[in-house]
Write a protein of this length. Structure first.
Length: 325
């Protein structure tokens, strides 16, 4: 025997009234209520805020497109028909599987295998041109992503207390899932850009990630048109993280260093930057200019000029530095 709600309507197995309304056969209020319940359920299960936000957002998007999130079989067909990448479909299946788990239901989830591709890596001058074309807040956020290599979800959560102006360092104290907290040294330029922002709240960036990206897309489109460079349209927030990882590995050839900078918990997540370095710098010159520093001051000057320490202390007391030609 099916239960009834306070209005006398029959309830389905998921606790949703058995009535048809709207494109997906359910009322918007029913969906909204269940997704609020879903978010709270995930919170109690210990899911990260970023995970909760992403999964609820995915189910909202599916529902808006007309999917009936209370019918697993129809969801399979609906997801399959979406003109999305395999990775997006895989994430939709993951989010919906979690939703069914809350409802005490199950399904035979479809299998999607995303095709492995290397991310787009822009030139540094293209990144700098894009930053220069953006407004004060967006430009500061982009500069922060470029220098820290942080996930955009991490940088959007930094607080003023995380910014050390004297030592030119930013603490990433709110890492996303799979990342470690860390402290990244940054340039005086970024510190100056941050200090010009109004301190209206505890957080540096008072907007959320979606609003930040929405504004960025508009400014990116204008910049690409103004500079007649369609490559700028391919730059996203995550692109700058990939750029940072690639450049750090290219400069150091130290994958553990890159792992620390990006905050990866698993080294496998970092290994892609070896391939990126080989793909994007395969034709770069491996010829070097060598210099010898005989004291700390000389070593500092060489580092400022872009030289990197090689090894050794020779009979004359000097240490060798090098820089690609």
């Amino acid at each position: 025997m099916r239960h009834r709600d306070a209005r006398g309507e029959k309830l389905g197995r998921s606790g949703i009234p058995n009535r048809k309304a709207g494109r997906g056969g359910h009322r918007e209020a029913d969906v909204k209520g269940k997704l609020v319940e879903f978010a709270w359920w995930m919170k109690k299960q210990g899911y990260a805020d970023s995970t909760i936000e992403g999964r609820v957002k995915m189910l909202k998007a599916l529902s808006r497109k007309g999917a009936n999130i209370f019918d697993p079989e129809s969801m399979k067909e609906f997801i399959a028909k979406q003109p999305w990448k395999e990775s997006s479909k895989k994430y939709a299946v993951l989010a919906y599987s979690c939703f069914l788990q809350m409802l005490g239901l199950s399904w035979q989830p479809p299998i999607y295998r995303p095709r492995e591709t290397l991310p787009f890596i822009p030139l540094e001058e293209e990144i700098d041109q894009l930053i220069a074309c953006c407004g004060k807040v967006t430009a500061t956020f982009l500069q922060g992503l470029k220098e820290t290599g942080a996930d955009p979800g991490e940088l959007i959560r930094i607080r003023w207390i995380d910014v050390n102006e004297k030592n030119r360092a930013i603490a990433i104290n709110h890492p996303v899932k799979g990342h470690n907290p860390r402290i990244i040294r940054v340039s005086r330029k970024l510190i100056d850009m941050l200090t010009r922002l109004p301190k209206k709240a505890e957080r540096v960036f008072t907007t959320n990630r979606d609003n930040m990206y929405r504004n960025f897309r508009l400014q990116r489109r204008k910049a690409a048109s103004k500079l007649a460079n369609p490559r700028l349209e391919k730059i996203t927030f995550v692109t700058l993280r990939h750029w940072k990882g690639t450049i750090e590995y290219h400069k150091t050839k130290d994958i553990l260093h890159v792992k620390r900078v990006l905050g990866h918990k698993c080294i496998q997540s970092t290994m892609v930057y070896i391939n990126l370095d080989q793909a994007y710098f395969s034709e770069s010159s491996e010829e070097f200019t060598a210099r010898v520093a005989h004291n700390v001051n000389e070593a500092c000057e060489l580092v400022k000029a872009g030289f990197e320490y090689v090894t050794g202390k020779y009979t004359d007391g000097g240490k060798i530095f090098r820089r690609r030609k």
